[in-house]
Design a protein around this ligand. Structure first.
Ligand code: SF4
Length: 259
């Protein structure tokens, strides 16, 4: 057992990254596709999101201008497979209106803002919760903001790192502080060497390399990117809501002794 929460989190990272390597999140060809995916993935599986993204792509509407000029009823039809399609279509329209009004329709101008200022603006938009805002900042903006999801919370609770009442932002800050020492150049080099640029077979929750997963980002943003993907792999494959498969899970060695 390690002696602090930060040490435990770094130990999780070392174990998972050694076992599975780069996870290649987020699977998208552009920043806007990533943002649309972050909205659509709320309350549904990624398979359903992929169908909706494919429909938008086929209709040549997977762009800021595409969402801007598509009538809402048409947009609803195209993203129907992602569920809650009326709500999600409205929210995509709201995002584009925000982008137009505040940043003249430019994602580059939007992401040039100080990260916490932009986070606040995103959180003020209808349908953007902390996980969605932080996903957009990390995966589309390449900003060093850690994304906390239900898998993260579950794994930390089961390992006794946090208690149930801990807030989203407390967990985010815990990860950001714990992983900060790993964001140096030496570590980035080790990571790029380990990835080999290609994932031979899915491990954890890895995707095939995509334009966005291979985008240039700071070493710290890359570490946050990988850690989130690695924890999703644990949560999806071993640390399920209703059962745990600790015997096969790479994190078994980090379980508290009482387990
Ligand atoms: S499956 Fe077991 S070992 Fe793996 S993260 Fe969950 S509690 Fe830990």
């Amino acid at each position: 057992m390690t002696d602090s929460k930060a040490d435990q989190i770094r130990a999780f990272y070392d174990t998972l990254f050694s076992a599975w390597g780069c996870q290649h999140w987020w699977p998208a060809q552009s920043r806007f596709e990533m943002i649309v995916g972050a909205y659509l993935t709320q309350n549904t599986s990624w398979t359903n999101v992929e169908k909706a993204l494919a429909a938008l792509r086929t209709a040549e509407l997977l762009s800021v201008d595409g969402i801007r000029r598509t009538p809402i009823t048409e947009l609803e039809k195209l993203i129907r497979s992602s569920g809650y399609f009326r709500q999600k279509a409205q929210r995509l329209k709201t995002f584009v209106k925000f982008l137009d009004k505040r940043y003249g329709g430019s994602l580059s101008r939007m992401f040039a803002q100080p990260v916490m200022k932009l986070r606040k603006e995103l959180l003020a938009l209808n349908g953007v919760r902390a996980e969605t805002a932080d996903s957009i900042l990390l995966y589309a903006g390449n900003q060093p903001v850690f994304v906390v999801d239900a898998y993260t919370r579950r794994i930390l609770e089961r390992h006794g790192v946090i208690e149930a009442r801990v807030t989203y932002d407390e967990i985010r800050e815990l990860f950001e502080q714990a992983l900060a020492p790993l964001g140096d150049e030496e570590f980035a080099q080790r990571m790029s060497g380990a990835s080999g640029g290609v994932v031979e077979r899915p491990r954890g929750s890895s995707h095939s390399p995509s334009r966005m997963s291979m985008a240039s980002r700071t070493p710290l943003a890359q570490v946050f990117n990988e850690m989130h993907g690695l924890l999703v792999g644990v949560g999806k494959n071993y640390c399920l809501r209703s059962e745990m498969h600790c015997e096969q899970c790479p994190l078994q060695r980090h379980l508290p002794e009482k387990c």
